[in-house]
Design a protein around this ligand. Structure first.
Ligand SMILES: [Zn+2]
Length: 185
């Protein structure tokens, strides 16, 4: 799974005040318009620039390719329990067969058996596996998740997010990212 980032959009990579990306997945990117607005509002420092510039009658400015917040934003320690974050914890793979397609939310202990909708009872499952399991207990269905569901930390999700680099990364971003990928021409 990749995120489409159009190089033509000349997005700016947004770093926290500690020079780490605000988020890895999705990668924190702002449109050039938002990046310039933040520069004028004095909220960010420009760390790197594109060759392209924009001009108005009163100024010319090169578009920022990397900006850094002036004020540190404390990342939340406990990630929100959302569909996206459950899939990210499970690396976008069905926990029963490994398929990346057609993912759904599966209650390991079905709701009909009192299973709760929590980190520790919900996994990513493809829709055929989810249907096959139905409202049976794992033992009855003979289906056990590959990984016991757990409450991830933000760091866990960051680590998993790095497995999914966007399909476009500007060279000026590389010093701030951990992806070891070939640069596109
Ligand atoms: Zn499956």
């Amino acid at each position: 799974m990749t995120i489409s980032v159009s190089p033509q959009a000349l997005p700016a990579l947004v770093l926290n005040a500690d020079y780490r990306p605000l988020s890895y997945y999705p990668l924190s990117l702002w449109s050039w318009q938002d990046a310039i607005k933040a520069v004028f509002l004095d909220r960010v420092n420009i760390i790197a620039e594109y060759d392209h510039s924009v001009s108005s009658p009163s100024f010319t400015m090169r578009l920022p390719s990397v900006v850094c917040l002036k004020t540190y934003v404390q990342p939340s320690r406990h990630p929100a329990f959302t569909r996206f974050n459950v899939f990210l914890r499970d690396k976008f793979e069905c926990q029963y067969c490994g398929s990346p397609d057609d993912l759904t939310f599966d209650h390991v202990i079905p709701r009909a058996h009192g299973g709760e909708t929590t980190w520790c009872n919900v996994v990513a499952a493809c829709s055929p596996c989810n249907l096959r399991k139905g409202s049976k207990l794992p033992k009855q269905a003979g289906m056990h998740p590959h990984q016991k569901p757990y409450h991830p930390t933000v760091q866990d999700l960051h680590n998993n997010g790095r497995l999914f680099p966007p399909n476009y990364l500007h060279e000026s971003w590389m010093d701030y990212l951990y992806w070891d990928v070939e640069l596109q021409p």
